[in-house]
Design a protein around this ligand. Structure first.
Ligand code: SAM
Ligand code: DTB
Ligand code: SF4
Length: 315
């Protein structure tokens, strides 16, 4: 993979927009089938009351967002929803828990059962459970975990404006533990939290210079949730989302770029521009973790309009 300097990535990001999209679309066609989109279903297996203070998150106990909290759901509920997701065309199933990190307890035993069962359905299983140590990473891998989602969220200079209960270095440490355990890394960020475009590019540069860059990169546009300190932030201009998507595709050509939170306020054609710029995955389902998503019916309609097809389960 070609190595770019921070300055080179900045220069790519700031190209004339259509030139940038054309370049990204060209790179995309050299490395991927541009018609295929991976559909990933999200399931919040434990919601709310999170001890971390992420400023954007509806689930942080430090924010005043009204979210319906619940403890870890039953293994059977997860299996049922994973089966439905597969029938609806998903090839990946991602389970999220509002934890600071994994601890060696009964809940974790149950998560391992969920991972094993979903993996046995032939789906790519992903989890996002907060920080991990080597032992829990290895147990997840043994249970059949395909990928682990742990976002850097923003660049190192802006990180402590968003979260104070952990550091950027803590996040990087977990990324390394995931990769050392042989689990695919899913790591991305959120745009529109008041950070500069340079902060976003610095985050992308850090992904690019990992020994192995992430297998997938979710790009979220902030959903301003009432009761969080980011509730009044203005919506991210769509051209900035397209720029970030295109630049990610160019500098990490083999990764899956997942058009993530914030997608439902975009028109089909705006989302289409993101796919042209190299996005090749979406989260589907009427909900993300706690907020509404574009509906399944609308996703089907959009894919038809844009001529996209869902990637089949290959396992
Ligand atoms: N607790 C785990 C952690 O933080 O690693 C995983 C769950 S967390 C909800 C997963 C990711 O969702 C966050 O890192 C963030 O990128 C994204 N996210 C959460 N709330 C969001 C919001 N309001 N708008 C956009 N993205 C959001
Ligand atoms: C990611 O980067 N985005 C997804 C997934 N990883 C877990 C979560 C988006 C959450 C959006 C806000 C919510 O629904 O609570
Ligand atoms: Fe907790 Fe994750 Fe939300 Fe942060 S983003 S408050 S760690 S659930």
């Amino acid at each position: 993979m070609k190595q770019y300097s921070l300055e080179e990535i900045k220069a790519i990001y700031h190209k004339d927009l259509l030139e940038l999209v054309f370049e990204a679309a060209t790179v995309h066609r050299q490395h991927q089938d541009p018609q295929k989109i991976q559909i990933c279903t999200l399931k919040s297996i434990k919601t709310g009351n999170c001890p971390e203070d992420c400023g954007y998150c509806s689930q942080s106990a430090h924010n005043d967002a009204q979210v319906e909290s619940h403890k870890l759901v039953a293994v059977e509920e997860v299996i049922k929803e994973a089966k439905e997701a597969k029938e609806a065309g998903s090839s990946r199933f991602c389970m999220g828990a509002a934890w600071r990190g994994v601890r060696d307890n009964k809940d974790f035993e149950n998560v391992l059962k969920m991972v094993e069962a979903v993996s046995n359905l032939g789906l790519e299983v992903c989890c996002t459970l907060g920080s991990l140590d080597e032992e829990s990473a290895s147990r997840l891998k043994k249970a059949g975990l395909h990928a682990y989602n742990h976002n850097l969220d923003t660049g190192p200079d802006y990180y402590n404006k968003v979260v104070t209960t952990r550091t950027y270095e803590d996040r990087l440490r977990t990324l390394k533990i995931v990769q050392d355990a042989g689990i695919c890394l899913c790591s991305g960020g959120i745009l529109g939290m008041g950070e500069s475009e340079d902060d976003r590019i610095a985050m992308l540069y850090d992904f690019h210079r990992l020994a192995t860059p992430p297998e997938s990169i979710p790009i979220n546009a902030l959903i301003p949730v009432e009761g969080t300190k980011m509730e009044n932030l203005e919506a991210l201009p769509t051209d900035q989302l397209v720029r970030m998507t295109a630049t990610t595709r160019i500098v990490i050509p083999t990764t899956r770029v997942r058009l993530s939170a914030g997608r439902s306020r975009l028109s089909y054609l705006e989302q289409g521009l993101c796919f042209l710029a190299g996005a090749n995955s979406i989260f589907s389902g009427n909900r993300l973790l706690t907020t509404p998503n574009q509906s399944l019916t609308q996703d089907e309609e959009m894919m038809q309009v844009l001529g996209l097809i869902a990637e089949k389960v290959e396992k």
